[in-house]
Design a protein around this ligand. Sequence first.
Ligand SMILES: [Cu+2]
Length: 66
Amino acid sequence: MIKEIKIEGMKCMHCASAVKSAIEKISGVNSADINLENKSATVDFQETVSLEEIVSAIENQGFDVI
Ligand SMILES: [Cu+2]
């Protein structure tokens, strides 16, 4: 499934790539595309992944999910 997640605090490409790789490290995540202007991540993941896993991966990088 594909979900768009709103993320607070990303300022530059470094933030975006940190979030992207943190999300993509979760097994069962196919891809994560970060949009800095929209402050969002579009995540394509399998049913085995819970939204909480994705949210905590983002929060572990120091960003807030809104
Ligand atoms: Cu940054």
